[in-house]
Design a protein around this ligand. Structure first.
Ligand code: UDP
Ligand code: MG
Length: 317
C-alpha cells in the first residue's frame, strides 16, 4: 500500500464526509493505493456513526478505531500509527484546515527525495492572532531546544512520514507537538518542511485552549531532559551535586581556618555561626548531597526500567 492517512478526531461529525471525499478524489486522481484510518478519540457526537457509514461505502479504504473515552491527540496518533500499513504515513487534522491536495507532493518528498519526515508549514494561517503569536514563540523555542533549525511549524497537523519513522517513535501524553524531535531522537535525520495551504475551521470549534502553550513548554523541557539525561541521570545530578558539595565544603573549611588563624594570632574573631557565609555553605552542601542522591536514585530507576536496552536497530546482517 502506498499511503496511510491517519486522522485523529474528537467531535468532528460535520467535517468527516467532506474530508474523506476529498482524500478519495486526490488519491484516485494520482492512482495511489491507500487507507484512511479514522481514530475517534472518544467523541460525544455522531462521529463514530459517520465513520461506520463511510466504512460501509468504502470497505477497502476506510478503517476506524474508537476510543472508549477522550484520551487526546497523541494517544490517537499512537494507535493510528500502530495500525498503519502504507509506505508513507500522512497525518491530518479532521477539521478540514489541512488540505489533502498536499498529499501527492508530500509523498514524493518522502519516496523520491529521501526525507524521513516532512512537516507542513502553515505559512499563511487563518487562525486568530491570539493563536498565531504564541505559536511563533513556541516554534522558536522548539527550534532552539530540539536543534532542528529548519522547522517553522512543529505542531502542524499535516505531516508525512516514512513508515519506519512512525513504527519507531512513541507519541504519548501531548507529545504530538514534538514528533519531529521524537523522530530526531530516534535517529531519523532527514527532516524537511513544505509550505502548505491552510483554511479557517469550517465546522465546530478548536479542541485546545491557550493552556496548550504552557503544557507545550513543560513537555519540551521533559523531552530535552529525557534525550540528554534520560538514561544517565547521574551525569547531570551527580555532577551538579558534587560541584555544590565541594564548593560548600571548601567554603566552610575556609571559614573555620580563618577563625583558627585569627584566634591563634590573637586577632579579634567571630564565631563561625555568626558568619552568614557559614549558612550559605551549609545550604550548598545539603542541596549538593540531595542532588547527588537524586542522581543516584535516578540511576537505580533507569537500571530497572524495562526499556533501558530498547535500541532501535536499523539493519542487521
Ligand atoms: N483532536 C483529538 N483529540 C483531542 C483534541 C483534538 O483527536 O482531544 C483532534 C481534532 O479533532 C482535530 C485535531 O486533533 O482533528 C486538531 O485539533 P484542533 O483542530 O482542535 O486543533 P487546532 O487546529 O486548534 O490546533
Ligand atoms: Mg484545527
Amino acid at each position: 500500500m502506498d499511503i496511510s492517512v491517519v486522522v485523529p478526531l474528537f467531535n468532528e461529525e460535520e467535517s468527516l464526509p467532506e474530508l474523506f471525499e476529498w482524500i478519495k478524489r486526490v488519491m484516485n486522481e494520482n492512482h495511489f493505493s491507500y487507507e484512511v484510518i479514522f481514530v475517534n478519540d472518544g467523541s460525544t457526537d455522531n462521529s463514530w456513526k459517520v465513520i461506520e457509514n463511510l466504512r460501509q461505502a468504502n470497505p477497502a479504504e476506510v478503517k476506524g478505531i474508537k476510543f472508549r473515552r477522550n484520551y487526546g491527540k497523541s494517544p490517537a496518533l499512537y494507535c493510528g500509527f500502530d495500525k498503519a500499513e502504507g509506505d508513507v504515513v500522512v497525518t491530518m487534522d479532521a477539521d478540514l484546515q489541512d488540505s489533502p491536495d498536499e498529499i501527492p507532493s508530500l509523498y514524493s518528498m518522502i519516496m523520491n527525495d529521501g526525507y524521513d519526515l516532512v512537516s507542513g508549514y502553515k505559512q499563511k494561517r487563518y487562525d486568530p492572532l491570539s493563536k498565531t503569536l504564541p505559536t511563533k514563540l513556541f516554534n522558536a523555542t522548539a527550534r532552539a531546544v530540539s536543534g532542528i533549525k529548519n522547522l517553522h511549524d512543529f505542531n502542524c497537523g499535516l505531516k508525512a512520514y516514512k513508515r519506519d519513522v512512525v513504527k519507531n517513535i512513541e507519541v504519548y501524553g501531548e507529545m504530538h507537538r514534538y514528533i519531529p524531535y521524537l523522530a530526531k531522537n530516534a535517529g531519523f535525520k532527514k527532516i524537511g518542511e513544505k509550505v502548505v495551504q491552510h483554511q479557517a475551521r469550517k465546522y465546530g470549534t478548536t479542541k485546545f485552549g491557550l493552556n496548550r502553550f504552557v503544557n507545550g513548554y513543560l513537555d519540551l523541557l521533559s523531552l530535552w531532559f529525557l534525550s540528554k539525561f534520560g538514561i544517565k541521570p547521574m551525569h547531570m545530578f551527580g555532577f551538579l551535586g558534587s560541584l555544590m558539595f565541594i564548593f560548600g565544603f571548601l567554603a566552610v573549611a575556609a571559614i573555620g581556618i580563618n577563625k583558627l588563624y585569627d584566634m591563634s594570632h590573637g586577632l579579634p574573631y567571630i564565631l563561625v555561626t555568626d558568619s552568614p557565609y557559614f549558612y550559605l555553605s551549609l545550604t550548598l552542601m545539603i542541596i549538593g548531597t540531595q542532588l547527588f542522591l537524586a542522581g543516584f536514585i535516578g540511576e537505580l530507576i533507569a537500571r530497572n526500567a524495562p526499556e533501558r536496552n530498547n535500541y532501535k536497530i536499523e539493519k542487521e546482517l
